[in-house]
Design a protein around this ligand. Structure first.
Ligand code: CA
Length: 236
């Protein structure tokens, strides 16, 4: 029996999308880039496939024939709080983005999207996930909150909360540079793999989510500080 130990396992992407030409285009491009692809055209089937296949990332259409992407996202999050979920949507309204992020999505692309851009985002995810772990950085404290990068949790006394992939990576990046301002552009580039745009609120939305989990008064943060016109800074 031949063992191909030199070949890293292919990252598996689950595509939940009902438009056949988009599924086909994405599958071709992702497979060409070396990803394995599984797909479902209905929300219900997508959730079942996620349980079965344990994908490394999910591309999720907002408008599905049996349900909407927000509901699918919530269901996925019930059994996997960590898997990166990127929503595909024809809408660009900020209200939908916020709703998606609240439902547990990590990122958005608006149709028609560039497949190249989507692949850049996936590469950024797996580049972050694959970097050598710095053992000392796997747990650290912010105020009286203990962050565990391996378990993807934050613990405060007896209270524990799960963190999503992008929440972990955002905290990790801020912690690597603790006490120093990190620009919004750099955060977007390193974690989301995208160029900053004036209208890009992704980082700010994630900061709001993290403050709710970490700060005593999220409106008066003591640890995740805004550096006006620039970005954010972590104060331990
Ligand atoms: Ca659709």
């Amino acid at each position: 029996m031949l063992l191909r130990l030199d070949v890293a396992p292919r990252k598996k992407i689950l595509v939940i999308e009902d438009e056949p030409h988009i599924v086909l285009g994405l599958t071709d491009a992702l497979e060409f880039e070396g990803f394995a692809v599984v797909s479902a055209s209905k929300g219900k089937d997508g959730v079942a496939l996620a349980r079965q296949e344990k994908p490394d990332a999910v591309l999720l259409d907002l408008m599905l024939p049996d349900t909407n992407g927000f509901k699918v996202c919530e269901e996925l999050r019930r059994f996997d709080p960590f898997v990166p979920i990127i929503m595909l949507t024809a809408r660009s309204q900020e209200v939908d983005k916020i709703r998606g992020l609240d439902a547990g999505a990590d990122d958005y692309v608006t149709k028609p999207f560039s497949v190249g851009e989507l692949i850049a985002r996936l590469r950024a995810i797996f580049r972050r996930a694959a970097r050598p772990s710095e053992s000392a950085a796997e747990t650290f404290t912010i105020g009286d909150v203990k962050v565990n990068m391996t378990a993807h949790t934050i613990d405060q006394g007896s209270h524990s909360e799960q963190l999503s992939f992008y929440e972990v990576e955002l905290l990790r990046l801020l912690h690597e540079r603790v006490g120093q301002p990190v620009s919004r552009d750099e955060i977007l580039q390193k974690i989301w793999g995208i160029e900053a745009g004036a209208s890009n609120r992704t980082v700010d939305n994630f900061i709001v989510k993290l403050r709710k989990k970490i700060e005593k008064s999220p409106d008066k943060p003591e640890h995740i500080l805004t550096v006006y016109g620039f970005g954010y800074k972590l104060a331990p």
